[in-house]
Design a protein around this ligand. Sequence first.
Ligand code: ATP
Ligand code: MG
Ligand code: MG
Length: 345
Amino acid sequence: GATIGILGGGQLGRMLSVAASRLGYRCHIFEPGAAPAADVAHRLTTAPYESESALRDFAASVDVVTYEFENVPAASLDLIESLAPIRPNRRALSVSQDRLDEKDFLSGLGLTTAPYARVESAEDLVAAMGGQDRAILKTRRFGYDGKGQVRIGAGDDLASAWALVNAPAVLEGFVDFTAEISVIVARGQDGAVAAFDPGLNVHREGILRTTTVPCGLPARLIPDAVLIASRIVTALDYVGVMGVELFVTPRGLVVNEIAPRVHNSGHWTQAGCAVDQFEQHIRAVAGLPLGDGKRHADVVMENLIGDDIDRLPDWLAQSETQVHLYGKAEARPGRKMGHVNIIRR
Ligand code: ATP
Ligand code: MG
Ligand code: MG
């Protein structure tokens, strides 16, 4: 059978490899860090991206390469791509690696984003702030879980805000949203698009806490959200699963960011759908037909972060609750240790 290569050995890589093995594929995971969560894969290589021989061996051993992590260096991708196709494609990856390119791409499609400006110095920040009383300064690259972001209020010292970031950045106007939702969308090699129901996302300290389906928002917003997600994947000639984060505002939906991979806010699909986001992604990159995305249960997904894991016995005792653990040895503050999918219907 075919072998699927996965760049990144975190929990997403782990759950992708479980879905792949259920479909009869083997997985070879490449992980540059230590103690990968995805040590359940058929084959695991832990080596730095600078190790050309390890990358070459990885790419030569697989039929297709996908990723759970979008910040793979371009030179490593060039080497991999000379030996195996990368899905989703390089354009999707480069657009989503850089918040400025991402916003230019989204607004180029006619979609609404937060107002934004490029910031490369304290002077740029002063100019970009203009008369706004609230904004968020975000590094263009490498941010996740709210890292690399500074919130700026009226009267804040802009020089020290810049000093905290001190890297190519974008300033985003503050969006006064009433809710945050996400659409987990998939596009197959034949161009077919299937979306899961939008989920309502609640964050705490910049980290996703819960996702709830159904999202409870006015029904008319749902086709809007799904259409936005479909336009994005189609414009990128995308193959795989993408997470599209949206703000709900009185004036309509605003696109926050896109993730060219399976997404934490899609974990509910494991309990809510016959074909979950991980299987859907594997189907897409392997060239199989997609599942339809139909939801058969109401679900609340709750992340187990840091010492939330101490409540594991309670979760295990709950009925109608699916427990997922990532096999991480040490519970550090802010570290995602697992999640639970609580079935409500
Ligand atoms: P993720 O872990 O989802 O990749 P991230 O670090 O890339 O997160 P964002 O999604 O850009 O960060 O921002 C994190 C959270 O901060 C958002 O979910 C939202 O709650 C809030 N936020 C971000 N941008 C804005 C904005 N322009 N206006 C208001 N709130 C915002
Ligand atoms: Mg992000
Ligand atoms: Mg986000």
